[in-house]
Design a protein around this ligand. Sequence first.
Ligand code: GRF
Length: 280
Amino acid sequence: MGERLNVAVLISGRGSNLQSIIDACANPDFPASVKVVLSNEPDAYGLERATQAGIPTEIVPHKAHPSRKEFEEAMQAVLAKYDIDLICLAGFMRVLTSDFVAKWEGRMLNIHPSLLPAYPGLHTHERVLANHEKESGCTIHFVTPGLDEGPTLLQKRVPVLQNDTAETLAARVLEQEHIAYPEAIRLLALGKVHYSKEQVEVDDVEPYAPPRTNEIAAPADHTHKSKEIPSMDHHNPSSTHIDPAAIAQAKATWSLFAEMMKYSVIGSAGILTLMALSLL
Ligand code: GRF
């Protein structure tokens, strides 16, 4: 592998994880760069993100290929064209054959929104909530032929809160996904990851600090491309994201401050009165 790892990100939709990888790779010190974004869905919103970042996109529609084998051969040709070292599956909704997986053994990662091996497959958050779990999170793992199997590279944990819905839990997990994927790529590119079929060992390194962004996730209805791109361009420093939790926190701090001021005014008035009385 060269100085910067050549990465292909495979997507099918929204591409918010893709965005976190693009943002990380925009730093010239980051040891990897996204060479191509490949989608099996022609209208995946992530393709817009790649184009906006000046990254080549390739569409390999699975429907246009008569068999899984031919579909994967077309993808393989794209990966060869861009001299790819590492594949990152980021919301890529096709199951890959064991032949393709074997070709990329130890060089293909996937992200899953649960603490694998718990909750593989779809609808993870709903199932986590139905089982009253106290904790959930996300997993970056190497891809093996079994669905959401394969040795784990890293995990990020989040609490499950009492009033969580699948949407609020998904949002909390997604925030961690956006940290986890660049961190995993960085570890791999720095040679800190020792892969074997059974397990993965990771050397101790400083944790990854993601770049500050205003907003990564596109609105839920922008899984697919549309002519009207929402003003979520987080490369644009003027775009703002107002976090309701931050507003609530600011309000609480302000009322505490006001309360303290009130008592200090009352206290000072009392002291002045006592001083005045003592002068009489
Ligand atoms: C993420 O939750 C990821 O864990 C799962 O699919 C989702 C993709 O989201 N595999 P996005 O397209 O990256 O926004």
